[in-house]
Design a protein around this ligand. Structure first.
Ligand SMILES: Cc1cc2nc3c(=O)[nH]c(=O)nc-3n(C[C@H](O)[C@H](O)[C@H](O)COP(=O)(O)OP(=O)(O)OC[C@H]3O[C@@H](n4cnc5c(N)ncnc54)[C@H](O)[C@@H]3O)c2cc1C
Length: 548
């Protein structure tokens, strides 16, 4: 043995191999069941194609797009104001793939088919797992369509370009572009949840357009081609479409002040902007701004659920992979009883999140055809947005811990998932706002209560814990005097009951009974990994494991 060989003391073993590429659709039994159950499986071939992309090339690109954050280029080399954001090529490629498969447009392009929103939800679910920052502009672009349809002259120009599958980042007038992106500007410094506190004003011009003066404190996606923006007219808050370029092709008076230095969401450029008489056109009636933009927000809130369910799923995939390969104390981690409890519990959380998300996607899909589904979509979006987005950070953190120290290291991708995890709960109406929105729906649209209980009744007799919970909820909602104070508790239990009902009807008794016993029946602690010995852990872990 040479001297050099004697000094080789280090060999790497007992480390998980790289996850490798996989198909994020075909390998995900729970997702495929949900898509089929809610009527989107006619898109299976398309979803499988995107599954190969999101479990492959896009998964790799996600690391690069986040390692090289976008940078503001406020001026060109000659000192001209340009207010542009520079992105890494990996970001552009992710956007191009997302648009090519229709994450922003699949539901509208297939609106003649039942379940188009369900199929599109599956695209977004997979996209979020590979790269969540780009999900923000794709979501806003998708969600802008119903609001834009209020103004047919604007819709004629913009909607076909939104519905294009081409990513076109060039700075050109919309008419010359092959694809357009749309963002949203509501939040100001002095008020976000309470948009009535907005100070931005719109000034009518002789030609029917408006000039907008003011600011927005959060303005994600400043590279978009246009934004739906709230500003005051004498009649009240009104919605406007503010394009990046004026009709003559010159830059609109939108100044990007700076990009936000955020906890996570690093690939996404969130900015602060000022409007110095920016040219805009009205969308919807004067003073109807909140109602108009809420049509967009209803869809972005569903996307928050989709995103959080996707992040929970991806962190679980990583935890299952690692624990299947890493040994400690003579056995694989996945074979250690206590670790099995943690993994099975995370799998249950993922089942509940995915089941409710896709059920709500079906309700959204059916809203135009079926009033009861519309009412369910109205209330269940707020319920699900509150609960699933709140569950995301602890679930991702628990999955991260399954990797031990490696889960705290950037290369595994877990820190990125962890940084992203709280965001869906904060934006598009934070947790308390969702709870208050549930109360608003119950008070102002009584059919939402009927739709909620009808959904629970559809699973009646399927599980005793769920039946007891339905009785409790019925009483809890009747005590109106203290409802606002109790609304987090009530909405949490509404969410758990909805998740349980979908799982009971889905017909896998092992999953449904374990969910009901742990989430409704009290057989659970405050942390994950506290399932009772009565729960069969193996089938839960098996269902969550990559199928191919
Ligand atoms: C990364 C990122 C990107 C964003 N991008 C955009 C964007 O593109 N466009 C845009 O318009 N906005 C955007 N936002 C803003 C986001 O939607 C708001 O931050 C959010 O809605 C909360 O508003 P706020 O920050 O003003 O908080 P506040 O309204 O001040 O709320 C603070 C807290 O008080 C709670 N609260 C408020 N009212 C009540 C009440 N009545 N009872 C009990 N609790 C209450 C809220 O739930 C919250 O927890 C973005 C935010 C982030 C973090």
């Amino acid at each position: 043995m040479s001297l050099a060989e004697q000094f080789i003391t280090h060999s790497v073993d007992n480390q998980a191999p790289p996850q490798g590429h996989y198909n994020a659709y075909l390998s995900d039994r729970v997702l495929r069941e949900a898509v089929a159950r809610e009527g989107g499986d006619w898109a299976d071939a398309h979803l499988a194609a995107f599954g190969a992309v999101t479990g492959g090339e896009m998964m790799d690109l996600g690391f690069t797009a986040n390692a090289h954050r976008p940078e503001l280029r406020a001026f060109d080399r000659y000192g001209n104001r340009i207010d542009e954001v520079e992105f890494h090529p990996a970001y552009h490629r992710v956007m191009q793939l997302g648009m090519q498969y229709g994450v922003h447009a699949y539901a509208w392009r297939n609106s003649d088919r039942t379940g188009a929103h369900v199929a599109r939800a599956a695209l977004a679910y997979m996209h979020n797992q590979a790269e969540a920052g780009t999900a923000c502009p794709l979501t806003m672009t998708h969600s802008a369509v119903p609001a834009l349809l209020h103004q047919p002259d604007l819709a004629e120009l913009w909607v076909p370009r939104i519905n294009s599958y081409e990513y076109d980042p060039r700075v050109l007038p919309a008419a010359q572009k092959s694809g357009c992106m749309v963002g949203m500007g509501m939040t100001e410094k002095q008020g976000g949840s309470d948009v009535r506190a907005n100070t931005t004003r719109a000034y009518p011009q002789a030609d029917g357009s408006y000039e907008i003066v003011g600011h927005k404190w959060f303005f994600s996606a400043p590279m978009c081609d246009a934004w739906l923006v709230l500003a005051y007219l004498d009649a009240g808050l009104t919605c406007f479409l503010m394009p990046k370029l004026r009709p003559d092709g010159s830059r609109n008076a939108i100044r990007v002040q700076r990009l936000k230095d955020k906890l996570g969401d690093w690939s996404n450029a969130s900015s602060e902007v000022e409007f110095l008489g920016a040219w805009a056109q009205r969308v919807g009636g004067e003073g109807r701004g909140v109602a108009t933009i809420l049509e967009m927000v209803a869809l972005t809130r569903l996307d928050c659920m989709i995103g959080s369910a996707g992040l929970i799923r991806q962190s679980l995939v990583q935890a299952l992979h690692h624990t299947a390969h890493r040994k400690a104390f003579g056995k694989r981690l996945i074979d250690q009883p206590l670790m099995r409890n943690v993994l099975a519990d995370l799998a249950l959380e993922s089942e509940g999140a995915t089941a409710l998300t896709f059920r709500v996607a079906r309700a959204v899909d059916a809203s135009d055809r079926d009033a009861a589904e519309g009412a369910l979509a109205r209330i269940a979006t707020a319920i699900g947005k509150y609960w699933i987005c709140k569950r995301c950070p602890p679930a991702v953190n628990e999955a991260q811990e399954c990797l031990g120290g490696a889960g705290y290291v950037e290369e595994t991708g877990m820190p990125r998932l962890y940084r992203q995890a709280p965001l869906n709960s904060i934006w598009e109406g934070s947790g308390n706002i969702q709870c208050l929105d549930v109360l608003r729906a119950l008070a102002k649209e009584p059919d939402t209560r009927d739709a909620f209980f009808a959904e629970l009744q559809s699973a009646r007799g399927g599980n005793a814990d769920l039946d007891r919970e339905v009785a409790w909820l019925s009483q809890a909602l009747d005590d109106v005097a203290t409802l606002e104070l109790r609304s987090r508790m009530v909405v949490e239990r509404m969410a758990l009951a909805l998740q349980a009902a979908v799982l009971v009807r889905a017909g896998n008794a092992g999953v449904a009974d374990a969910f009901c016993a742990s989430r409704l029946g009290g057989e659970h602690g405050l942390n994950f990994g506290t399932l009772s010995p009565n729960v069969a852990l193996e089938p839960l872990i098996e269902r969550a494991t990559l199928a191919v």
